[in-house]
Design a protein around this ligand. Structure first.
Ligand code: SAH
Length: 213
């Protein structure tokens, strides 16, 4: 077996052992090369199950967390998905394999520009990335079938709840500190919202306003 085939097998095995069983999610994780989203010093660690630094002092999430959040989101091929926190663009690229259309926003202009270049290079034509404060969602494109937030807020932001379709699902980390956060799955019903706690996670905070670059 070649090194890269073996690396891929180990990568997928790590996901399965963390509880990723959805074959569509595993296939997406196999197709999108995480190595393309990690630059410089850390590039050779792209296939390890750990978060890594990216530009603007942010992080690309741990692959098993990306996969588990994607699995919890139960994306269908007809869905219009919103992601808050583009970062490297990796999570959006995974979603692009499962959804009809992906909108992703980040408060850092530079991250959005770099992610857009990657989406173009990888021919991921169903992703649109914007620079914006994602706490307000993306009113122009609302409502969404699915919303995923990859930065932690104290609570689910009101505008995001409002932009979720009835029957829609949102997955997000919530917590009051950098160290104690829970992953939450919110399902919108005719009359309100259901909340399910999925387990502890650790994300960078959701910050108000646009970034300096
Ligand atoms: N999903 C990314 C990882 C995200 S890291 C990936 O796959 O690589 C969290 C990201 O959330 C950071 O890039 C940070 O800039 C962004 N962020 C934090 N607060 C935000 C806000 N209010 N609006 C939009 N993006 C925000």
């Amino acid at each position: 077996m070649t090194d890269s085939a073996e690396r891929k097998m180990r990568f997928l095995y790590a996901l399965r052992s963390r509880g990723v069983t959805d074959i569509r999610v595993l296939t997406a994780m196999e197709r999108i090369d995480r190595g393309a989203f990690v630059k410089g010093l850390f590039a050779d660690r792209a296939y390890e199950d750990m978060p890594l630094p990216i530009s603007c002092g942010q992080t690309i999430s741990q692959p098993s967390v990306v996969a588990l959040m994607t699995q919890a989101l139960s994306v269908t091929p007809r869905d219009k998905v919103l992601e808050i926190g583009t970062g490297s663009g990796y999570q959006a690229a995974i979603l692009s394999q499962l959804a009809r259309r992906v909108y992703t926003v980040d408060r850092h202009r530079r991250l959005v520009r770099e992610a857009q270049e990657l989406f173009r290079a990888l021919d991921l034509t169903n992703i649109t990335a914007f620079t914006a404060d994602g706490s307000f969602g993306l009113a122009d494109q609302a409502p969404f079938d699915r919303i995923i937030v990859t930065a932690a807020a104290e609570d689910a932001p009101g505008p995001l709840l409002a932009q979720l379709k009835i029957g829609g699902i949102m997955v997000l980390p919530v917590g009051q500190s950098d160290t104690v956060q829970s992953l939450i799955k919110v399902t919108r019903h005719e009359t309100g919202f259901d909340y399910e706690e999925l387990g502890p996670v650790r994300f960078v905070p959701l910050v108000e306003g646009l970034g300096p670059e």
